[in-house]
Design a protein around this ligand. Structure first.
Ligand SMILES: [Zn+2]
Length: 131
């Protein structure tokens, strides 16, 4: 039985991080549907579950791995964005944060210096801001 399952799953994508997220999302939506007594979240949860199962049994490994990599990249970006937000929040008493209009780089300047000229260290763009 175990061997048959193993040979069935060989050369199939199986469970990856995106599969885990889809399954977790399906579970969450299903519970949400139960709590608010609406069928739309449950239906969407079923869609996610079917998607997760499809990916699990898929033999197109290159495509599934590319999807998973894309997903991991998005998660990493979201994580660093949230971390950056917390760091800025923690430092917001002593520093004022600006975003360079030229290259979107984030800049940190000490508070309480009045109106100052800021030069972006990355692209050299100059702009002024009130600290
Ligand atoms: Zn810049």
């Amino acid at each position: 039985m175990r061997n048959r399952l193993r040979s069935f799953m060989a050369a199939r994508n199986g469970f990856d991080q995106l599969g885990l997220a889809l399954t977790a999302g399906a579970l969450f939506l299903s519970l949400l549907g139960q709590v608010i007594r609406r069928s739309l979240p449950e239906f969407l949860g079923m869609v996610l579950l079917v998607w997760a199962l499809y990916r699990m049994f898929s033999r197109n490994l290159a495509r599934r791995q590319a999807e998973n990599l894309w997903f991991l990249g998005r998660v990493r970006r979201l994580k660093s964005g949230v971390q950056g937000w917390f760091i800025r929040l923690r430092q917001s008493r002593e520093y004022r944060f600006f975003q360079c209009p030229g290259c979107k780089n984030r800049l940190r300047v000490p508070r309480g210096k009045g109106r100052i000229h800021i030069t972006c260290p990355r692209c050299g763009h100059r702009f002024s801001g009130k600290t």
